[in-house]
Design a protein around this ligand. Structure first.
Ligand code: 3PG
Ligand code: CO
Length: 525
């Protein structure tokens, strides 16, 4: 094994786009990244679609599949694809869990909570449709949808498209024996879908909205969305919660004897609400006021180590032979750090959606608390604080492989604010200079990459030349950089290289044998 430490920096959401249009990465002043790119071995690698286990090359990359691929060196069929297959084959409805969910709500309602869009990052509206249709076929009488509005993986103000779509679908099924409708909802960044315990208050608000039926009331989701938009001007992901009523009563509070399915397949933003429904009596993250006796299931199991949730409809990918497992076998000491918003990305996602360590003695993970603010107001986020700790760790000599994720390009990119995102990218670059210096001091090797694009395309493509600019909040289909600094190597230039080729490259640089299951290294031999 090499005595030279290897440091990997994931610049979240910083992809490569040749066009200047809406490109906050090109616009940013980033002397360090430019210098690294110009003077050191580099290549472009794929971070979307089939290269990261998504159903098609039309699917943009995301942090879950990106970090999974980086951390395991292989391409696994991911949640989006597994659920598609499970629904197409109807296997999902032959499971004991589905049968129990149906039976459990014989005298009650079946609730579907989840992100209502076709973003295919956390969920897909087609999966919801399949669940509702089958519920009817299996004799469920009442279905309620609790719709989290997206605008983050899909266009910024597209909520009504999906609301209209699902309502038309439900209207087509409704008859004397079956009734489905939207019962509550709200923007995904205000209720329910917090992650990594950044803000439990969001989940508490979601609980009040979906379960207790408390909050501002409207007679339809459309009325709620249009009213909030007119009053506040905020975009979909930030719309407040709403409760739908008929005759002044909520149409779908969650009660004893109901069944609840969270139809999101991705785990980070699904775990907290799952714990609120499915955790044990020790749950103390907020006062739930009333805890209905329901059967709860996830579309997937979001954490197999911690059994969150206990019931689920699709088995998650069983990610094996991770880089961490391999490094532990060789006694290599790992250090991982990020701020809350991406902490689980460099630990849980990185290690194949596992939150337990392989070897306590060899792995050190550090979290810097994220601010709870709109990130366009603080585009530098905690990049400097992450770097303080990372530089200390590099210099300590206690670690052989260190990794970090700087969230700025992605988290600020998701706000759709171009100027702020430029500053976000510049903040990453400033810190990259500090990391590079520390790497020099210990004679280490620095790898710079990204998990997917975002900041590289900040405006929706114009349909007509004179159309107004529209912010693009979602990820991109672009490739990402891969740079090696501090090692005299030649890199492959191959259109087929992707994030899953990084693990073997890290192994090469640490001078250990890559696991036989991994995709090839990017280094030419
Ligand atoms: C989110 O959850 O914030 C977005 O849907 C995806 O962003 P990420 O994949 O970069 O976390
Ligand atoms: Co993102």
């Amino acid at each position: 094994m090499s005595k030279r430490p290897v440091v990997l920096v994931v610049m979240d959401g910083i992809g490569i786009n040749a066009s200047e249009f809406g490109n906050a990465v090109k616009k940013a002043y980033k002397p360090t990244l430019d210098e690294l790119w110009e003077n050191y071995p580099h290549t472009e690698i794929k971070a979307h679609g089939l290269a990261v286990g998504l159903p098609s090359d039309g699917d943009m990359g995301n942090s879950e599949v990106g970090h999974n691929a980086l951390g395991c060196g292989q391409i696994y069929s991911q949640g989006a694809k597994l659920v598609n297959e499970n629904i197409d084959s109807k296997e999902i409805f032959k499971t004991e869990t589905w049968a129990q969910l149906v039976k459990n709500c014989e005298n009650g309602k079946m609730h579907f909570i989840g992100l209502l869009s076709d973003g295919n990052v956390h969920s897909h509206i087609n999966h919801l449709k399949a669940l509702i249709a089958q519920a009817k076929e299996d004799g469920v009488k009442e279905v309620r949808v609790h719709a989290l509005l997206d605008g983050r993986d899909v266009p910024e103000t597209s909520a009504l498209t999906y609301v209209d779509d699902i309502e038309a679908f439900m209207a087509g099924l409704n008859d004397d024996n079956f009734h489905a409708c939207i019962a509550s909802g709200g923007g995904r960044m205000t209720i329910t879908m917090d992650r990594y315990e950044a803000n439990w208050g969001m989940v508490e608000k979601g609980w009040h909205t979906h379960v207790l039926g408390e909050g501002r009331t409207f007679t339809s989701a459309r009325e709620a969305i249009e009213t909030y938009r007119a009053e506040t001007g905020v975009v979909d992901q930030d719309l407040p919660g709403f409760v739908i009523t008929a005759n002044e009563k909520p149409v779908g509070t969650i009660e004893d004897g109901d069944s609840v399915v969270l139809f999101n397949f991705r785990g980070d933003r699904a775990q907290e609400i799952s714990l609120a429904f499915d955790g044990d009596e020790s749950f103390d993250k907020f006062d739930r006021v009333r805890v209905p006796n329901v059967m709860y299931a996830g579309m997937l199991q979001y954490d197999a180590d911690l059994n969150i949730p206990h019931n689920f409809l699709t088995y998650p990918p069983k990610i094996q032979y991770t880089l961490t497992e391999e490094l532990c076998k060789h006694g290599i000491r790992e250090y991982a750090i990020s701020e809350t918003q991406k902490y689980g990305h460099v630990t849980y996602f990185w290690n194949g959606n596992r939150s337990e360590k392989v070897d306590e003695n060899l792995e050190t993970y550090e979290e810097i608390k994220s601010d709870v603010v709109p990130f366009e107001q603080r585009p530098w986020m905690k990049a400097a604080e992450i770097t303080d700790k990372l530089v200390e760790a590099i210099k300590s000599g206690n670690y052989d492989f260190l990794r970090t994720n700087y969230p700025n390009g992605d988290m600020v990119g998701h706000t759709g604010n171009f100027e702020a995102t430029v500053i976000g990218v510049e903040s990453v670059d400033l810190q990259l200079a500090r990391v590079k210096k520390a790497v020099d001091e210990v004679n280490g090797i620095l790898l710079v990459t990204a998990d997917h694009g975002n900041a590289d395309e900040m405006y929706e493509k114009k349909k007509k030349e004179d159309a107004p600019l529209k912010a693009k909040t979602s990820h991109t289909l672009n490739k990402v950089p891969f740079i090696v600094y501090g090692a005299d190597v030649e890199l492959k230039q191959d259109d087929n290289l992707g994030l899953s080729n990084v693990a073997a490259t890290v192994a090469d640089l640490l001078e250990i044998e890559p696991n036989e299951h991994w995709n090839e290294s990017i280094i030419k031999k």
